[in-house]
Design a protein around this ligand. Structure first.
Ligand SMILES: Nc1nc2c(c(=O)[nH]1)N[C@H]1C(S)=C(S)[C@@H](COP(=O)(O)O)O[C@H]1N2
Ligand SMILES: [Mo]
Length: 410
């Protein structure tokens, strides 16, 4: 079977010849039932996160901590904090004793550089709330073949929280952006993995136009609660629809640059796509890359779980779809490996950059094994490929059609 969709999630186990059993065991009790009798022993699933205030997310890396949200935990309209994915590049800084005294520096190509406390920021500028996607640039990396370097995200490096903060545009306008401004250079308080606090773990930025977009926020609340430390509290950026790496956590400085920012995470192959398509598995040329900005269109079935055993041939499924800068127009469902498709019902987003609920009722023709596929298409007509294409060394932009496996009981 080609590596694609959810199938690749269990690739290692598939190679060991246990396939379905592995997925069933790792993703759902129902799946375990489905797998009964199909494999000699159910192998271990992914390591599950054990952290106060967090659900048992799938751990992709320990140091730095990286954990993704299983598809069946992506079912809420607004992702609860405990189910929200975690992506650190360095260590987690200490929580400040007084969050309101946390300082953010705005400098560089501005008329009036400032050092503003979080308390002042909250009271000086209008507070706004939006439900918006945050998605790791590497989401979908696990679907690339051959394997691309980095955390093997399936589709769970994404969530839609309600973020409250102030518009970065309002703050930059108060600082007086000079005509020479081109890009932001953003810094956080998290120490580098080596423990060297003077070395940034990552420092990314965005073009001034995206920084000035009214949904780009300096955020201090997540789902109405003080922003948790693990998600960048007390204050972070949220640059919605774009690779999550630009959404700097533990924000300490926005350096307005007169050129494209060159901090750690901006160079090499980091968050870059191949400008000219390269042979999968080849080295590529750093000079022939472009910066990854908006994330691609994606649908994820959140119910039922991959590997579910269904008691009826009638399946009411649901999930979420999103498309970076764009709105999702249609989601289509196939239960015959893409031969025929049926449109799902797609809800409008509550605001720009929120994910959209889709629901569908499908009648499976008989008892037995089926795959259910979901494919989203955005307002510009851009849809998802059957396999992760445009291979690049660090595996960005992998968004093949989502696939789950179900077994209809006889
Ligand atoms: N300071 C800082 N900001 C950061 C990161 C980081 O390691 N340090 N990781 C980035 C990446 S790659 C992503 S995908 C998001 C993840 O945010 P979350 O952990 O709240 O889900 O934060 C971004 N902001
Ligand atoms: Mo990320």
């Amino acid at each position: 079977m080609p590596k694609s969709g959810t199938i690749k999630a269990s690739r290692r186990n598939v190679l060991k010849g246990v396939g379905m059993a592995a997925v069933g065991a790792s993703l759902s009790p129902a799946g375990a039932a489905l797998a009964q009798g199909t494999a000699p022993a159910a192998p271990k699933g992914p390591k599950l996160l054990e952290m106060d205030g967090k659900a048992k997310l799938a751990v992709l890396g320990d140091k730095p901590l990286v954990a993704e949200t299983q598809a069946e935990l992506m079912d809420d309209d607004v992702t609860p904090i405990d189910k929200f994915f975690i992506r650190n590049n360095g260590l987690v800084p200490d929580a400040p004793a007084d969050a309101k005294a946390w300082k953010i520096k705005i400098d560089g190509e501005v008329e009036k550089p400032m050092d503003i406390t979080l308390g002042d920021l909250m009271s000086r500028f209008p507070n706004v709330s939006y439900k918006m996607m945050l998605e790791c640039g590497g989401n979908g990396r696990a679907f690339f073949s051959p394997e691309a370097r980095g955390n093997q995200w399936t589709n769970g490096g994404a969530g839609c929280a309600e973020w409250t903060g102030v518009r970065l545009a309002d703050v930059l306008k108060a600082a007086g952006v000079k005509p020479s401004a081109v890009y932001t250079g953003q810094y956080g308080a998290d120490p580098h993995l080596s423990g060297d606090a003077t070395k940034p773990s990552i420092s990314r930025g965005v073009p001034i136009a995206k920084a000035m977009e009214p949904h780009t926020l300096i955020v201090f609340k997540m789902n109405g609660k003080d922003l948790p430390l693990i998600h960048g509290g007390p204050v972070r950026l949220v640059v919605p629809g774009w690779a999550g790496s630009s959404s700097t956590k533990w924000l300490t400085r926005i350096w307005v640059r007169d050129k494209i920012h060159d901090g750690p995470g901006m160079g090499g192959f980091s968050y870059r796509l191949a400008r000219t398509p390269i042979v999968p598995g080849s080295k590529g040329d750093e000079k022939d890359t472009v910066i990854l900005e908006a994330m691609p269109v994606r649908a994820v079935i959140s119910f039922p779980a991959d590997g579910a055993k269904l008691s009826s041939k009638k399946l009411d499924l649901r999930g979420h779809a999103w498309a970076g800068e764009n709105e999702v127009k249609t989601v289509d469902i196939s239960t015959d490996y893409g031969v025929t498709w049926k449109p799902a019902k797609v809800d409008a987003p509550p605001n720009k950059y929120a994910w959209q609920r889709f629901t569908a009722s499908v009648d499976l023709p008989s008892a037995g094994y089926y795959e259910v596929w979901a494919k989203a298409t955005d307002a510009k007509g851009v849809t998802q490929p059957f396999v992760a294409g445009n291979w690049n060394p660090q595996g960005y932009g992998g968004n093949p059609i989502n696939r789950i496996r179900v077994l209809v009981a006889s």
